[in-house]
Design a binder for this molecule. Sequence first.
Ligand code: SF4
Ligand code: SF4
Length: 163
Amino acid sequence: MKEVLKNLPQRAKDTHNERAKFFKKLKKKPPKNLDLIMQDLHDEEFEKTNCLNCANCCKTTGPLFTEKDIIRISKFLKMKPQVFIDTYLQIDEDKDYVLQQVPCTFLLPDNTCLIYEQRPKACAEFPHTNRKKFHQITNLTQKNVAICPAAYNIVEKMQEKIK
Ligand code: SF4
Ligand code: SF4
């Protein structure tokens, strides 16, 4: 996995233009069964991916924390929401709450998550490859394929499947 993660940003860079062309076409005319195709590709990839061997998303990029996330997680940590915000979060340029630091504070040495059951929605949904109307998040996906080896593979297979 170490080697895969080391090479991933370069692989994503090398294939960026080809993927951009594919995404442009996809946006114009998404297949009717796109949601189904993506769910299958996503499930197939994550059946053989063990995120505990990776945790690259938790190490290199942080999630957004919604108000609901903050209330749920602070309650779990027995902290007041404002104390939780002051301790762990900051506001980014889009005015969203994000982590003060990466790797994520809640990532444990064995790659498990301290707040797994209560983790932010953005973490639970990452890398969003089974999201409905996947063609609407191609810009985000271009970023995610450089971080997440599973997302990279899913998009590669998608390109083979949808000509
Ligand atoms: S979601 Fe992707 S980047 Fe995150 S741990 Fe799993 S394989 Fe790695
Ligand atoms: S909250 Fe948990 S799942 Fe989300 S980035 Fe942090 S360690 Fe990873």
